[in-house]
Design a protein around this ligand. Structure first.
Ligand SMILES: Cc1cc2nc3c(=O)[nH]c(=O)nc-3n(C[C@H](O)[C@H](O)[C@H](O)COP(=O)(O)OP(=O)(O)OC[C@H]3O[C@@H](n4cnc5c(N)ncnc54)[C@H](O)[C@@H]3O)c2cc1C
Length: 533
């Protein structure tokens, strides 16, 4: 029992002192084991790189990310300068500009950085959540991968160099503008117009969700005049020499949206009025390339970032449960709390293990996904590519949803402090996680796509063989159960019927997709745990 004390001595300092000193990588034996297991002979190099990046991300960048998350630091627009020149300047706090320079200065997409070094770098950086960095980082990766395949003019080669290695010490940032006011899911329905005028392409029309609007370049989808097919362009935000003068490249930033999460980053509505655009890849292949290359990287990132966020949120909740008392007991000693933390630990670790396993399978695909399902490759390669394509979508929806759930549960361990924005970073992670569920393909769209894909591929890849292949190493009775269910669910003609049978199939398919990917993640986790590396 406690006696009254007008000078209540309670303090959180012990917990805060621990939190201040956590190194995301060096203090996490699990991620080190993941690296040793998946990165094979490269693991020593990856480990070294991880320790360097973690030394910055866990302390300096973490503090900067926290500082810029306050509403008074959110970016705002200056449409005109004092002399009535339209500038559309995005005003951002100085901390973010410094952090961005430092993060992009790591040149994660440079030829000198291996894919695993890049991946672990991103994983560590994502432990600070969006912070105005995560979205542009993955958009830049998508832009780089697109241009590595298609840059064939002096302009596009220079943009590639700018994003990978930097020019005069400045490493460029990419964005991706696909969504329009009439819809974001259906990219094929885009109507932004591209017109070839005197040998160069120009864009006319509007885009409605343009994040990382401060970027140097954007991948933009548009339809060439008279065509029904979406083409892909790279658009510089300023033409050479105009950046300093703040003359944007033939477009205006009409407004920035007021949104729930990723608040340190602008998402804007744009009007293109003759912006100079460089075509990338065959004009008629825009949709396949944007999905097969650009969105593939963003979706992989959602999986990786979800694992990273969960690792931090679980870690901070677990430690709090070892610090805080209620009813004269350590809260971590209550069986309910213990149970919740145990579940969070498993979900967090399996998400991270799953994202590394999937990345290793992705890296094993020469030439990436190649877009679409049509292929003249040998069946084994074709099936491998198909597996990765479907797993990327499954991971996107599962990891994003788990991340929101886990963060909400981790917040609850903090009781009322869990929702206090200035007590921990968890509320910010929660708001950012909700965004991850929506962008880069909302759940319904992706599970519909997966259903379509599996049906379409059935002629050369039976659904049950798909299950056996992606869950290779799992319990055979589990595989049999999934195989029977996928065969039944994909025998249904499509998910668009307006009848009770279809609605029931949808309900089961939705749950099936989650269960299937959880089993893939469990497999990845078992691999890591059973590894003797
Ligand atoms: C913070 C934020 C930033 C963003 N930044 C960008 C950006 O930088 N660039 C960019 O291009 N886009 C961006 N987006 C847009 C995002 O990609 C779209 O919101 C998303 O693609 C969905 O499009 P929509 O909002 O028009 O929803 P809609 O397409 O209108 O969909 C609404 C609902 O219908 C469902 N639905 C749609 N089609 C189907 C189907 N075939 N089967 C079943 N259900 C279906 C969806 O799942 C969803 O639940 C951003 C979004 C957010 C929230």
């Amino acid at each position: 029992m406690s006696q009254p004390n007008r000078n209540n001595p309670y303090s959180f300092n012990e917990y805060l002192e621990w939190r201040k000193n956590v190194d995301y990588y060096a203090d996490d034996p699990f991620i080190q084991k993941v690296v040793r297991h998946f990165c094979g002979t490269a693991s020593e190099k990856v480990d070294t790189r991880a320790r360097v990046i973690s030394g910055k991300a866990s302390f300096r960048w973490r503090d900067m990310a926290d500082a810029i998350s306050r509403p008074e630091k959110w970016p705002f627009m200056l449409h005109y300068d004092g002399h009535h020149n339209r500038i559309d300047r995005i005003v951002r706090p100085h901390e973010i500009e410094i952090m961005e320079r430092e993060v992009f200065g790591e040149r994660l997409f440079s030829d000198s950085v291996t894919p695993w070094e890049k991946l672990i770098g991103m994983y560590i950086i994502y432990q600070n959540s969006e912070a105005g960095i995560a979205c542009p980082l993955t958009c830049t990766e998508g832009l780089v991968k697109l241009l590595e395949k298609y840059a064939d003019t002096p302009e596009t080669k220079r943009i590639l160099m700018h994003c990978k290695e930097g020019i005069d010490g400045h490493v460029a940032i990419g964005a991706q503008y696909l969504s329009e006011i009439q819809g974001g899911s259906d990219v094929g329905a885009n109507i932004l117009e591209a017109v070839e005028e005197k040998g160069s392409w120009r864009l006319y029309g509007t885009k409605f969700f343009c994040s990382a609007t401060h970027a140097d370049y954007a991948v933009v989808t548009a339809k060439p005049h008279g065509s029904e097919k979406v083409a892909l362009f790279v658009v510089p935000s300023w033409l050479p020499g105009n950046r300093e003068k703040e003359i944007r490249n033939g477009y205006t930033i009409d407004r920035i949206k007021w949104k729930m999460g990723t608040c340190e980053l602008t998402t804007a509505e744009l009007t293109f009025n003759g912006a100079v655009a460089y075509p990338v890849g065959p004009l008629e292949k825009g949709l396949a390339n944007v999905v097969g290359i650009v969105l593939t990287y963003s979706r992989l990132t959602v999986g990786l970032a979800s694992g990273a966020g969960m690792a931090r949120n679980y870690r901070e909740a677990k430690k709090y449960s070892e610090f805080r008392d209620a009813f004269a007991m350590r809260i971590g000693a209550f069986p309910l709390v213990k149970l919740q933390l145990r579940e969070m630990d498993t979900i967090s670790r399996r998400t991270t293990a799953g994202s590394f396993k999937l990345y290793s399978e992705f890296l094993g695909l020469e030439g990436g996904l190649k877009g679409g399902l049509v292929s003249d490759e040998p069946p084994a390669m074709r099936q491998k590519r198909f597996n990765v394509r479907e797993l990327i979508m499954l991971q996107k929806i599962t990891a994003a949803a788990d991340s929101t759930d886990l963060t909400r549960k981790a917040m609850s361990i903090f009781g009322g402090h869990g929702v206090m924005e200035d007590f921990s970073s968890l509320p910010r992670f929660y708001r950012d996680a909700a965004i991850n569920e929506l962008w880069e393909g909302p759940r319904n769209v992706l599970i519909t796509q997966i259903h379509n894909d599996i049906k379409k591929a059935a002629a050369w890849y039976k659904p049950e063989n798909f299950i056996t292949s992606v869950l290779q190493g799992s319990d055979p009775s589990l595989i049999r159960e999934y195989a029977a269910e996928i065969t039944e669910l994909t025998a249904h003609p499509h998910l668009f019927g307006d009848d009770e049978k279809t609605i029931d199939i949808c309900r089961r398919w939705d749950q099936f997709c989650t269960n299937l990917f959880h089993s893939y993640q469990d497999l990845a986790l078992a691999e890591v745990e059973g590894s003797n590396r």
